[in-house]
Ligand binder design. Structure first.
Ligand SMILES: [Fe+2]
Ligand SMILES: [Fe+2]
Length: 215
């Protein structure tokens, strides 16, 4: 990377951080910085392209920009922005913060890249057919090192095998399974997208095993 590029990237990064910082508590801002760092690190370790690494870092930084909004404010913002609200969202409106956040990022920062916006939109529930950048941001959010439980981070990090092309799927599946188990234990609603994301990964990994066995 040339010096000019580094300077430009730093300038962009500082602009995004300035925009983000006054929307969040200090703890949530530290979580965002941690997610940015972790997303970039995972993307690099899995040899994503430089553009994908940058997208993962930007989405990691901005993913929780609407996290501090109250349930009523989220529903109101969705109505104003014409964002759909499902019955499950009405039960737990916090699942709307990624969608409101992505819309802010699009409208206020002028970021139109759908891969970045989707990584923000689906960082909480996951979804069927996640892109590689979406998976990286989904994982980074759960294991960043500034605010997340270090034992959980260590447990997930131990699952990474950078030589296994299916590792991101396996790690996402592990996190989805533990999230679903947690929600069942707490007798809470599981968002349909979370179940769809989980089933999709189970099927994909089954297909991969099938292909390997056939060789
Ligand atoms: Fe979030
Ligand atoms: Fe987060």
């Amino acid at each position: 990377m040339t010096e000019t590029n580094t300077t430009l990237l730093d300038a962009k990064d500082n602009t995004l951080k300035g925009w983000l910082q006054h929307r969040l508590s200090d703890e949530r801002y530290q979580h965002s910085l941690g997610a940015q760092k972790k997303a970039f690190e995972i993307a690099q370790n899995f040899k994503l392209t430089p553009v994908e690494c940058e997208k993962a870092a930007i989405a990691g930084l901005l993913h929780d920009c609407a996290k501090l909004m109250s349930p009523n404010a989220l529903i109101e913002a969705c109505n104003q922005m014409n964002l759909p609200i499902t019955d499950e969202d009405k039960i737990s409106p916090q699942t709307l913060h990624p969608f409101v956040g992505a819309e802010w990022v699009r409208q206020e920062l002028g970021i139109a890249d759908e891969e970045i916006l989707n990584a923000i939109r689906y960082h909480t529930t996951g979804r069927q057919g996640m892109s590689t950048v979406e998976k990286v941001v989904y994982i980074a959010d759960k294991i960043e090192e500034n605010t997340r439980n270090p034992l959980y981070t260590q447990k997930i990090t131990a699952l990474f095998n950078f030589k296994d092309p299916n590792t991101l799927d396996k790690v996402c599946l592990y996190i989805l399974d533990s999230t679903i188990t947690f929600l069942i234990e707490k007798r809470q609603v599981i968002h349909t997208r979370t179940i769809e994301a989980r089933n999709d990964l189970v099927n994909q990994l089954k297909e991969q095993r099938h292909l390997v066995n056939k060789q």
